[in-house]
Each structure stands twice: as structure tokens, then as C-alpha cells.
Design a protein around this ligand. Structure first.
Ligand code: PMV
Length: 320
């Protein structure tokens, strides 16, 4: 009754922001992401009738704050009458800081929970279950470029391009390592209820998805760069105009954007994207990864740089 799974975070190029059904955690819009390879979360789930409650260890330390969401993730996969579990999670990157650690954690937990009780679920089912815990986690079931589409009552996942067909790289500039101030569910609801830009955000998303889909199909870096940056800045405009305003950026975040603009001016293939945190993710071609990582590491306020290729989807592995 034990299984271990690995999942990698994914970075949305066309973002998910807003929910259409809070109870079932269904997104208001579709999204397109890339799954990373070097950043990883490994989760082991051990089910036991001997335990009186669930236990969660994150990087070796007991974590009460995350436990209710993890327990609820296990309930979704195994039902509420399941045995209690010891869940051990290890990530090799900062968690809860806008680096999509919840995506990799819930994708890995979903796969490990299904493995621990020998459930044989297909990828779409696992993705839907992971997505019910954290919307972006559904995308980490798949590698490379993946699209999450809204279906009538659910979501569907479509791989758009595999890792080897367009081996882009991502340089993550970490500008702050502390946990973020507002969780994404709460922040999305504030945007939905108060942002004057929210309805435009929703109505324009299909257009952005279509442009990105075409760019990926043609491996058109410039077109993907333009639409991804536009979509990212539009999502942050929705947040900034919310009441209370939600500004996840710091001064170094802005300086990283200026660095990316300078690199683009020098002819480098690179674009930025930012999620609900202060980190900047620079997506670039392999030929430009060294220059991008050098320039971002020299940008004032950047504390750490992580570089990643694109990677594969969540999977069971031998043991923790
Ligand atoms: O899956 P959540 O609830 O952590 O929300 C993710 C939201 C963004 O990272 C900002 C955008 C996205 O599509 O990943």
C-alpha cells in the first residue's frame, strides 16, 4: 500500500486565472503550458489501517498548513473511506513562491495515491483528479507543451508538442524565496468579484489560445513570445486592478523584464512570463540559454537562477 511518484512543475504560457466552479475547482478559461524537467517534486504515499490520522512531511518536516489540502487530494482519488496515509513530499526548488510547486505536488500526490491502492486510472482521469486539487496540476500529468481545455462538465488535456520536437529551455530568476501573501484560489476570486478587466480577460482567452496553438504548431518563436507576454501582462493587469489590488511583483521582477527586453533587442530568442509570485521565467531557445541565464543572474535583486529543459509528465517511480 505504498507508491512514489515524481512530477515536475509546469509554466503556463497562456494562463489560467479564475474559476467557473469553486466547489469542483473548474477553471474559467483554458490554458497552455510547458512542463519543466529539472525542477521536481517526489511524493510517496503510504496507506495504513494502523494510522489514526494523515501525516504530511514536506522536505522532512511535518507540515500542518498543507495537510488539509493533501488529505482532500487523497479523498478525491481514493474516496473518504480510505485508510489514513503518511505523505512525504520533497521538492528541489522553493515551494509556495510562485514556482508552481502546487502543480507538481498535487500531480505527484494524485499519481502516488492511485499507485498505492493499485487503481488503474487513465491519464485524463488522473489529470482531472489532480486538477480538482490544484487547477494547474492537471497539466503536469503531461510532458512538453499541453493544452487544458474546458469541457462541458470537466476538463480535457491535449498534448500539443513533445519535448524533442521543440526543445525550448526556461531560465527561472528567483527574486524572493518567502511564501506568497495570497493563495491563488483566494486571489482568483478577488479578481472575479472586483476587477473591471475580468470579463475581458475571460472573453479574449480563446483568441490567445488559438494564436499560441498556431505558433506552437509552426514552432514560431516570435509569435509565441508576443502572445505569451501579452497574456501574462493581461493577467497581471486583472490582478492589479482588483480591490484590494494584488501586485505579486517586486523591483527585481521589473528589472528582469528590462533585462529580457534588452536581450530581445540584441536578437536573442527569449520571452518572459510571471505567475502569482515575484519570480520571472524566461523561455528561450537552447542557443540563447547561456546568455539569458548570465544576464538574469547579473540583474540586481536576483537571488538565484535555475535553468531547465522541458520534461515529461508525472509518473510512478521505484521508491522515495
Ligand atoms: O493551480 P493554481 O491554483 O495554483 O493556479 C495557477 C495560476 C497561475 O500559475 C497564475 C497560472 C497558471 O495557469 O498556472
Amino acid at each position: 500500500m505504498q507508491a512514489t511518484a515524481i512530477a515536475q512543475p509546469n509554466i503556463a504560457l497562456i494562463k489560467y486565472w479564475g474559476k467557473r466552479d469553486l466547489d469542483r475547482n473548474l477553471p474559467a478559461v483554458g490554458s497552455i503550458s510547458i512542463t519543466l524537467s529539472e525542477l521536481q517534486t517526489k511524493v510517496s504515499v503510504e496507506l495504513s489501517d494502523e494510522l489514526s490520522d494523515d501525516v504530511l512531511l514536506v522536505n522532512g518536516d511535518e507540515n500542518q498548513a498543507m495537510l488539509p489540502r493533501m488529505s482532500s487530494c487523497l479523498d478525491k482519488v481514493l474516496g473518504q473511506n480510505r485508510p489514513h496515509a503518511i505523505i512525504q513530499s520533497h521538492s528541489n526548488f522553493p515551494i509556495a513562491a510562485g514556482l508552481a510547486s502546487s502543480a507538481s505536488a498535487f500531480a505527484a500526490t494524485t499519481v502516488a495515491a492511485a499507485g498505492a491502492s493499485n487503481l488503474s486510472l487513465g491519464m485524463q482521469d488522473l489529470a482531472r483528479l489532480a486538477g480538482a486539487s490544484s487547477g494547474s496540476a492537471a497539466r503536469s500529468l503531461y510532458g512538453g507543451f499541453v493544452e487544458l481545455k474546458n469541457a462541458d462538465d470537466s476538463i480535457t488535456l491535449t498534448p500539443l508538442c513533445d519535448v524533442d520536437s521543440w526543445p525550448l529551455q526556461v531560465v527561472v530568476a528567483i527574486t524572493e524565496t518567502g511564501p506568497k501573501a495570497t493563495g491563488s484560489t483566494e486571489a482568483m476570486e478577488i479578481s472575479r468579484e472586483t476587477s473591471p478587466f475580468y470579463s475581458n480577460w475571460i472573453s479574449q482567452q480563446e483568441h490567445d489560445l488559438e494564436v499560441a496553438r498556431r505558433a506552437i504548431e509552426r514552432r514560431d518563436f516570435a509569435q509565441l513570445a508576443t502572445i505569451a507576454e501579452h497574456n501574462c501582462l493581461k493577467m497581471h493587469s486583472v490582478m492589479w486592478a482588483s480591490r484590494p489590488p494584488m501586485v505579486f511583483w517586486n523591483a527585481a521582477t521589473m528589472r528582469c523584464l528590462q533585462t529580457v527586453r534588452r536581450l530581445q533587442g540584441e536578437g536573442r530568442e527569449v520571452f518572459f512570463t510571471i505567475d502569482a509570485g515575484p519570480q520571472v521565467k524566461a523561455v528561450c531557445s537552447p542557443a540563447d540559454v547561456e546568455a539569458v541565464s548570465q544576464a538574469l543572474s547579473e540583474t540586481s535583486g536576483v537571488q538565484e537562477i535555475m535553468t531547465s529543459c522541458l520534461g515529461s509528465g508525472a509518473r510512478l517511480v521505484e521508491s522515495l
